[in-house]
Design a protein around this ligand. Sequence first.
Ligand code: FAD
Length: 567
Amino acid sequence: YRGIILVLGASGCLGGLVLAIADGDISPARAFTSEDPTVAPRKKLVVLGTGWGGMSFVKELDSKLYDVKIVSPRNYFVFTPLLPSVTNGTVEARSIAEPVRRMISSKGKQMEFLESECIDIDPVNKRLLCKDASHIRGQEHREFTVDYDYLVVAVGAKANTFGTEGVEEYCHFLKELEDAQKIRESVVDCFETACLPGLSDAQKKLMLSFVVVGGGPTGVEFAAELHDVIYEDLVKLYPTLMEFVSVTVIQSGDHILNTFDQRISSFAEEKFSRDGVHVQTNCRVMKVNKHDVEVKEKATGKLVNVPFGMAVWSTGIGTRPVLTKFMEKISQTDRRALATDEWLRVKGCNEVWAIGDCATMEQRKLLDDIAYLFEKADVDHSGTLSVQEFLTVMEEARERYPQIDVYMQRQHLKNVADMAEVSMYDEKHREKQLCIEEFKKSLGDVDKQMKLFPATAQVAAQQGAYLARCFNGLLDPKKKPEGPVRIRGEGRHRFQPFRYRHMGQFAPLGSEQCGAELPGDWVSVGRSTQWLWYSVYASKQVSWRTRALVMFDWTKRLVFGRDSSRM
Ligand code: FAD
């Protein structure tokens, strides 16, 4: 049992290990213990990534059981939900970053951290090619290999430009801590530059036109933060420039925040309209030029140019290059993220798990089963079901497959229904018939188009913790020799499949207002929700140090306002 468990990312590989053991291709748990010197050395576990998935895995993992290496170009963890607050100085960048080594040592764990980027995964020889990620001037970026027995991939995702020309050159992204710092600097830079002598009004107007592409949670929160810093702080420092300022959000869908409850989406649109933040919906950005974005209006097909002094691109996530290469090797080329089964094992290779934004669970079989239930429910063979019958079928499917819960997630179900042109939540349409053929087609489309879970920190963290618990449980095979559940066609498994528990989501809207969707379909909007947001995010900090720093920053902002120094 020679080997190293490489933890790549932080949430996908454990499932593979679990299944491998369940399927009997790994020997008894004895093999994983290092306490008895007569027993074989610990397996090499490599974790790729130090984000939500990776660090949640590492935090839960019993490090005595494996020889753990963590590989990541970033030697710190970032609390991403507060990244938009860094763009305007509400919180400082360092307040939401926690060093990985501190996180490991504070838990008394023994793990090795390698500050490097994995550039190639060789699943046949179980070897990773890594590259030194240091920024030392003149330092050559050395490459080296790391062997693994088990690999957990948690490398997250990169910003997705959808191949739009000019985005990389002229837009900011809001994905990493460095991005947020650059945006903060650029906003102030635009104001300082607009103050220089010799600029015409038109030039000032251009310089102070801020465009946000993408009306999802990140784009909207950033636009709200930007509006706040301009009208709460910069207005006092640059009063003569205010007439030239504009903030525009460009959204391809009908509404901003369209993954949220419609009440939150409408509240956000009304608030932005009152605040003077322009929202252009049903517009697709075709190209980005140096000083404007070319936008196509969906309804008319007309091309319009929206000028900007600074633009932020926030439209979704794409695959990291290392995974694109890896996916080619394991025949997963048609996907954006690594397909895993419900134990988070990567399909098409052994002993590799994937968690977080870089992973998606393969549910094709499940979808086929649902389609079959629909056919069965069609007793009069009319080929249609009423919405009520549809719900009954979904209920039955849920009983048969506990993991189907994920499909009952409101947003996903809505997606399915929308695609079948049935509004599930609209009382007026309750009598509408649902065409089974159409629904089955929709399921197929949905399967292709949507990830099973939204790409959020919640999902990544839950997957990381789940996978670590499975890895930890491997030492105790006698308690449940047969495993707790039988999964059709795949034999017994020692562990329950991963199930996501949605804990709700927040949409901060600026001016101390926030929207929240909480479990049980509870929707709340307004100032009191903002206080809920403060308390949840303070409590979710990964250490007392960052918790204290973040709360200090919030207080500092209340007392002194935000710092607009450009540095
Ligand atoms: P990440 O957290 O991105 O971590 C990936 C890790 O992999 C990083 O450490 C990276 O350095 C490392 N890595 C990258 N490439 C390599 C490589 N080649 N080799 C090794 N390591 C590599 N989610 C919520 O639930 N709520 C929110 O309010 C929320 N707000 C957000 C706001 C912003 C601005 C952003 C950008 C995201 C937000 N999210 C939110 C989404 C959430 O941050 C992600 O879903 C989450 O970070 C995914 O976790 P992950 O571990 O998959 O990836």
